[in-house]
Each structure stands twice: as structure tokens, then as C-alpha cells.
Design a protein around this ligand. Sequence first.
Ligand code: HEM
Length: 370
Amino acid sequence: MSLLNDLTGAPPGMPPHALLPRLAAIGAVLAGTTCGFAYAGGWFSPGALTPARVIDRFEQVNGPHPGFRRNHAKGLCVEGRFTASGAGAVLSKAGLLAAGRVTPVAGRVALAGGQPYAADAEATVRSLALRFTLPDGEEWRTGMNNIPVFPVRTPEAFYEQLLAAKPDPATGKPDPARLKAFFAAHPESAKAAALIKARTVTAGFADSTYWSLNAFRLVAADGRDTPVRFALVPERAPSPEPAAQAARQDTNFLFDDLAAALRQGALRWHLVATIGRPGDPTADATQPWPADRESADLGTLALTGSTPEAAGNCRDVNFDPLVLPAGIAPSDDPLLSARSAAYSQSFTRRAGEDKTPSAVAGTPPNGAAL
Ligand code: HEM
């Protein structure tokens, strides 16, 4: 009896029949919670795409690599700071965009794909992910890739494409028939693939431009809302990949070159916001915006050093694109919430697994001047 009273929080001495409504309410809460977990796990909708299914598919395609990110698995931690130009202050109330504001940044350069020990190759998509730490516990986390558009428009297409592009063990290349069927079902991806193929591949991480691809919104203090796409544009003039580089034996040449460059001094990028006009697609990352759009140079990112992935640094960060400070808001792009959910699933799995050292060494304690 007293156990029932304790459980329901009823005053001592309350008769059993009077406890029934309280027990029913507790039962309803428990059933609701169980249903919530079952829903999130996809038990009610066996055909629906869930974060777990997306990450299962990465594992199916790439094999198990415990402890590593399920995508962009090979990487190196970087650090530096962002100095705002003030040009973004009229567009956004984000404190990090106020003129002269200096914000510490920790980040990660990586190669797309789920193989943490794959040899570097110039055509592999390069990424730069950043975590800006603002006062009062606010953060901006962002991840950008060196391709001008994203290959798919929806999370479902991403899931299909992972399998369609899986290398055939016999040839080491994707099955052409499967790829053809994917592009026939997704003409927007065929167009995006052509734009990605036509891009200039530069010599390395240091002279690459990185694009957010997804649209976001800058929100001003007066509530004005502006659709934007971000890019990190290098100060270093882009140079084409030297012919000799392709033949290098060093399997980490892209990362080693970056670490060596950081040993010589800071590397800088401009954070540029391209400003969308009404009608520009904000929910379709396969489509470029017209080339004549205005842009604002929001400030300078200076990277000053790198460290191999290890406990407590970028290895243990989830660069979730929906961690945004006040003044930067998501667009209606369906990839954003799918990314957030999938990165969380990847993070949760890898956080609970044993770790093996990363293939990539960083810049030993560096004195790179800002
Ligand atoms: C539905 C679409 C997408 C899915 C399912 C997906 C999945 C993933 C996963 C699982 C990771 C590893 C996360 C972790 O363990 O921390 C990752 C990393 C990353 N993704 Fe995506 N991705 C998608 C779209 C995009 C898009 C549109 C971009 C645009 C730039 C992007 C950029 C990145 C970057 C930069 C990283 C590396 C972050 C880091 O270094 O930790 N992804 N992605």
C-alpha cells in the first residue's frame, strides 16, 4: 500500500480505488514515452528513413571503422580565430559579426567518405568544419565542402545515392548501371554531378574555397530576414594541382601539406555571404544561385595550427549545422534537419566505441604568427 502511495505521490491513507486515476496517468506517461522512442526508432514505419538507417547504410557501404566519423572519416583538427569586418552587422544581430569582434575557432579539415585510412586523392571532396565559441555559451557550428553544389536534394536521395555510388569490389568503381538508374530517377542530381565534375580542383586544403551549400537566414536586430549561402574564400591564390602531386607516394599529402603550410604561418579565408533574392532556391542544394548575386565579406578566418585528432579536441565534436547563434537561422532546406539527426547518430555511435589513432599527424606545437 505505502509503496503505491510513494509511486503515485498520493498522501498516506488514501484508499486504493482513489489511487487508480493517478496510476492510469503514470501509465499513460510511460506508454507515451515508449511510443516516442518507438517512433524515433522507426518501428511504426518500417519503410521510413531514420537517422539509424542512414548511418547503417554508411556502415554497409564503408565497412566498420569503430571510433571514427561515419562520413568525412579522415581528418585533422585545426584552430584559429575569426575577426569580423562589420559588413554583416546590418544583416545579422549575431555578436560574432560585430565590427572588430574576435572569436576563437576550433575546426576540422577532412576528406569526404567513410574510410579513415584512405589515401588522399585530389578529386575527393575536401571539407572545413568550424566551431565558433561566443560569449555566454553561444556557438556557431558549420561544415563546408569544396564543391559548388550538393549532389542530392533530399535525405531520401542521399540514402539512395550512398548505395548507387558504392564501389563494386570487382572493379573498385560504382556499378555504371546502378548509377545510371539513380541519375535517371534524380535528374537534379545529374545536373549537380556535372557542375561538381567541372569545378577546378586546386592544389590542397589551403587554397580551396569551401561552400555551405545549404541556405541559411541572417536575422537582423530589427527582425529583417535575409536568405544567404556561406563560403570560405582563401586569401591564397588557387593553384591547380601540380602534375607531380598526383604521383606522390605520401598517402596523406593533402593533410601533410596543410600542416606544413601552417608551420610557416597563418592561413586566411574570407567568410562571404551570398545574398539570395526572392525566388532563389533555399530548399534545393543541388541548384546554384545566379552568379550575379550580391555578397558581403563578413570577416577573416585565420587558421594558425593543427593537431591530430585526440581525446578532447575536434575528434569529440559534432559539427551539427543546426547549432546556430541568435542572428543565424536555418532555411527550409530539408537536408539541414536530416544532417543534424544523422550527425547525432554518427556521434553517438563513435563516442561509445574504442579509438584507434587517426592516420593524420598535425603541426607539432606551432608558433604560427597571426
Ligand atoms: C542528408 C544529407 C547528409 C548526410 C546524411 C550527411 C552525413 C554526414 C555524417 C554522418 C557525417 C559525420 C558526422 C560526425 O560523426 O560527426 C558528416 C560529416 C560532414 N558533412 Fe555531411 N551529410 C549530409 C549532407 C551534407 C551537406 C549538404 C554538407 C554541406 C557542406 C555536408 C558537410 C559535411 C562536413 C563538412 C562534414 C565533416 C564534419 C567534421 O569534420 O566533423 N554534409 N556528414
